[in-house]
Design a protein around this ligand. Sequence first.
Ligand code: HEM
Length: 410
Amino acid sequence: MTDISPVSDTVTSDTDVPDFPVSRPQGCPFDIDETYTRLRAEEPVSRVRCPAGMDAWLVTRYQDIRDVLADPRLSSRAAGSDHMLPSYAGHAPLPGFMIQLDGEEHSRLRRLLVGEFTGRRVAAMRPYIQRIADEHTDAMLTGTSADLVRDFALPIPSQVICDMLGVPYQDHPAFQHDSQILTSFEADEATRAAATRRLEDYLGELIEKRIAVPRDDMLSRLIERAAATGRPLTVPELSTLAVLTLVAGHETTANMITLSMAVLLEDPERLAALRAAPETIGPAVKELLRYLTVIQFGLVRYATEDVTVAGTEVRAGEWVVAALPSGNRDASVFPDPDTLDLGRRARTNLSFGVGPHQCVGQHLAEVELQVALTTLLRRLPGLRLARPLERSDFKLNDIVHGLRTMPVVW
Ligand code: HEM
């Protein structure tokens, strides 16, 4: 295995390199910076400086991003988005943190997990997800206002992933707080490490219990499946894998629910059209995923060998950022890309990534989004923002784009 150079090796003092990430333009929290349009046209692989201090190659065109993410020479090892954090000091990936593992180390874990999230399995969960969405809507309907983040968008995916894993949902306030720290761009390394430790300790204890007495839940099945392969998962491996699934399983989807509602509420005609044709929610969700691209800075990779990306030589030891929001706004694939067009065929959007690490939970996320949005449209026809969007609290600097709070009335 190629060694990962500590980041200090790649820090440069060249002051001409533009900073990454570029901020969203003033005015519309759903737009992405015009720089991306220029880069796609003129300089599809460009040099940028990440907050961690290292320079990287920023890849902005749709097909180039697909190629980067599918290329085994561009490693995920130690290359998570946290590497863009200023405090990054270089570390080996935790055992079980499959999003940062490559090759057989990664596929061994992925094989254990994917069966839990197949399209068929998730389709069978739809009535259960609907019930959870209805329960939260019932609770909201006992009043006349709510915070859509706290009262609807976070609890639905959070409860679903807890139930799937076999994690008691009543413990969610603690791990929701910690998982927000892990996806925040602003938390320092020590705060993030403490949050990871708390989550792993909590899950480690639960795993010990499942090893002693298995139940009908994902944790017990992962233990059993791994044992059947002759390579049992260690408790640290399994607790890291569970933390990843828990965090990935609700932060992203919750932010998609609130941002989708925010953008829909801005355009009453579009909202009315979707309410009148709920059967179109499948493609509508794919277009919302494309347009909003909540993994808002992109995915980081690390070259383990020299590789040519769209004609540019990337040397072994250099970093590459696949700018998902830019690829999703590439006009050669999505005409008029800056317009949200719910009738568009956006099936091939990049929001769930591409290649060996493509999102394990994408079917689940899509069904949760479909159920959450149609339930709100049907049961809260008078729903509106209690505060104008321009005064809303957007997570412009977090790894996952979203809203911190979303006060609504109906
Ligand atoms: C709208 C919601 C979601 C979005 C936008 C999203 C996005 C992504 C992306 C872009 C990746 C690829 C990361 C990379 O290549 O480095 C990924 C991986 C992953 N996602 Fe999601 N995700 C979502 C929901 C979910 C859900 C509901 C789960 C459920 C458990 C989940 C679990 C995972 C896991 C475990 C991985 C790692 C896969 C691997 O390394 O092989 N995600 N996700």
